[in-house]
Design a protein around this ligand. Structure first.
Ligand code: ME8
Length: 658
């Protein structure tokens, strides 16, 4: 089984940003998913280096086009390893291997009678590098660049695209998932309701020399889109290359909606004219927006992808992008939202599952994952295994239909199920009853197997984390598998696991993530025990947002693990660059400590000094905005979301709260 996926080749007139990163990461995720699922997968990206736009960008920097494209293309090439992109090739349209193929392709289309020489006058937008019809302009302006196009009239070569209009309509209708999601298929069928004009595919050298020569006329170069689209086959060595024969029949292109028309209309008709097979799927996603407008250099809201990856980690950034955007729709990017997801999904759900499971394997099973017959002999084992199979099917279906968000949602539902299993099975209680030893072994085995399975399933999105988890589970990440039976066999013969440092230490321990845990009734019972130490994140439920006090019951032993203390605020100051965080210096009578609390929208620092508060004193330390926080202040939140610090009145600092 083969698989071939491509990104657009990016223009070298801008540095790589969030939008480029998203398409490239999604393609990487798809390529990795197929690799993991047993496909022979090939993944192409590259840069688009010809045309007016590039010449103008080079001039603006006082460079020759050659110097300029070399520099920016290398920025793209160098950016991808930092985002864990595993492309098999990187094509540049200024490479000889590409130019030769473009000439040959054009020759073929010409010999097939689909190119003619004619005169054309039209509204040309230099930003888009294309002519616009009157109808396409909005108030006389280019809809993308909001500038008035120039009227350009010149002799040029044209591709008889209109000849293929009926064929294309039939093709799109006969292959309902050729263009997906469906909204974009409908958009294309909408374009095709109007007559397709022939496509101008050359530029006179008198106006532009930075392009690929037209093979049958020395006075012209190829129009940049005609040149660029061909990259998808030139990189495979069309027409004779082994890669071409192997991968072209299964090609999929992933793009954003801005370049739907060239991919859905120009490219299939070009392929049809040249007698080549049509690619299999066009996967079209929406825009990342910032402040609800499209990212653009001129608006100055471009998010540099590498900065985000450096700040939060490559895997967390990839996870956020994959999980947050519904493929096909626009999404709003915000760093706050990223932090929220980081804390709730990665630090809380996954991080706690990891720490709790491994701590219990250490404590109740001598540090070894139980794999004996006890684990097999439980009456609910078939049902449990059925759930894992359902998860794997949902994951595969989601990725097959280019829905990374759906795939990650399915995996996180399973993470939730594993966390719930810990709460409902209460391994610490099972451990006190020797008769329950088989059940305890089965539960611990399910947790270990579940962790190996979920990490394999998120490997396409977070490869480094998944591989580290496999290694710490005593497994070989090079032999990663999503088959539960194989995982069980590997665990039975693997090395003893190690807990290690937390994978995703919380960024913002306050508010948002805790609110989610409380709302889901997941946190009570102490969901975090880093390194096996006692901790009690369950206490965050108190300040996690309104709830009905429901959730799962907590045993008295569980509750007693919390060390709640009275503390006096000796000093308070806002954390720079944060609206919400206040740094509190607290006295517990005998000792001092610093707690960073998310109460800055409700309280001013000066109101806090001298007050007594209740803190969770044995919460594992967390780093917030670079500050170490040793504990958590308890607060109540009313149904309107208003926060009130709990006040122990005159109790002396250091008093135990019970
Ligand atoms: O169009 N949100 O190159 P380009 C999501 N060279 N994705 C975005 C985005 C955003 N805000 N901004 C950019 C070209 N992208 C041509 C392609 S292909 C034969 C030639 C991503 O540098 C998205 O993938 O303008 C979009 O389609 C692409 O960058 C446009 O890149």
């Amino acid at each position: 089984m083969n698989y071939y996926v491509t990104t657009p080749i990016y223009y070298v007139n801008a540095k790589p940003h969030l939008g480029h990163a998203y398409t490239t990461i999604v393609n990487d995720v798809l390529a990795r998913f197929h690799r993991l699922d047993g496909y022979d997968s090939y993944f192409l990206t590259g840069t688009d280096e010809h045309g007016d736009k590039i010449v103008r960008a080079a001039q603006a920097e006082g460079r020759t086009p050659r110097e300029y494209v070399d520099q920016i293309s290398s920025l793209f090439k160098a950016a991808w390893p930092g985002l864990a992109i595993s492309n098999d090739d990187f094509i540049r349209t200024t490479e000889e291997r590409h130019k030769t193929v473009v000439s040959r392709f054009m020759d073929l289309v010409n010999r097939n009678g689909d190119i003619y020489f004619g005169e054309y006058g039209g509204h040309y937008c230099f930003g888009c590098e294309r002519f616009y019809t009157e109808k396409e302009l909005v108030d006389g302006l280019c809809p993308d660049h909001q500038v008035k196009p120039e009227y350009v009239s010149e002799k040029n070569y044209f591709f008889r695209m209109g000849n293929y209009q009926d064929w294309l309509i039939d093709y799109v209708k006969a292959n309902p998932d050729f263009i997906r999601p469906e909204r974009y298929k409908n958009e294309v069928l909408g374009f095709l309701k109007d007559p397709l004009e022939d496509l101008c595919i050359s530029r006179p050298k008198s106006r532009l020399t930075w392009g690929i020569d037209i093979p049958f006329d020395d006075d012209f170069v190829t129009y940049v889109w005609f040149d660029a689209l061909i990259n998808y086959i030139s990189a495979l060595g069309w027409p004779d290359g082994e890669l071409y024969h192997k991968y072209w029949p299964v090609a999929q292109h992933t793009i954003a909606k801005d370049i739907l028309k060239p991919h859905a209309i120009y490219w299939p008709t070009m392929l049809k004219s040249a007698g080549l097979p049509i690619y299999r799927h066009l996967n079209v996603h929406g825009y990342w927006q910032i402040g609800f407008s499209k990212m653009s250099k001129s608006v100055g809201n471009v998010v540099e992808a590498l900065t985000m990856a450096d700040k939060y980690g490559t895997d967390a950034f990839r996870y956020f992008l994959a999980r947050e955007m519904t493929f096909g729709l626009d999404s709003e990017f915000s760093e706050d939202r990223l932090v929220e997801r980081f804390d709730s999904d990665l630090a809380n759900d996954l991080g706690n599952l990891w720490q709790r499971s491994l701590a219990m394997i250490k404590k109740f099973s001598g540090g070894l994952i139980p794999t004996g017959p006890e684990a097999e002999g439980q009456p609910d084992e078939p049902e449990w295994r059925g759930r894992a199979e359902d998860l794997i099917s949902a994951w595969r279906l989601a990725f097959d239909s280019v829905n990374p968000r759906g795939a990650m949602t399915a995996v996180w539902e399973y993470v939730g199920l594993l966390n719930k299993t810990i709460d409902s099975e209460a391994p610490w209680a099972l451990a006190r009853d020797p008769e329950k030893a088989p059940r305890l072994a089965a539960v611990l085995a399910r947790l270990a197997e579940g962790l190996a399975l979920v990490s394999a399933l998120f490997w396409p999105v977070m490869p480094a984390t998944a591989e580290a988890m496999w290694t710490r589970l005593g497994l070989d990440p090079a032999a990663m598998s999503t088959d539960p039976k194989t995982i069980r066999e590997k665990l039975a013969s693997g090395r003893p696991p190690t807990v290690g440092e937390a994978f995703f230490p919380r960024i913002d321990a306050e508010g948002k993530a805790a609110g989610k845990a409380a709302g889901q009734g997941q946190a009570p019972g102490g969901t975090k025990a880093p390194g096996g130490t006692k901790a009690a994140e369950g206490a965050q439920a108190a300040e996690g947002g309104p709830g009905d006090g429901g959730g799962e019951p907590v045993g008295i032993d569980e509750f007693r693990r919390l060390d709640l203390r009275v503390a006096k605020v000796e000093a308070a100051e806002r954390v720079p660059k944060s609206e919400k965080l206040i740094k509190l210096s607290l006295s517990l009578g005998q000792s001092q400590r610093t707690v960073v609390a998310g109460i800055g929208k409700r309280y001013r620092p000066e109101e806090l000094v001298g007050r007594t508060v209740v803190i969770v004193a044995n919460l594992a330390p967390a780093k917030l905005m670079g500050l170490k926080s040793q504990g958590m202040v308890l607060a109540a939140t009313d149904p309107d979301g208003r926060l009130e610090l709990l006040s122990p009145g005159d109790a002396a600092p250091g008093s135990k709260v019970s």
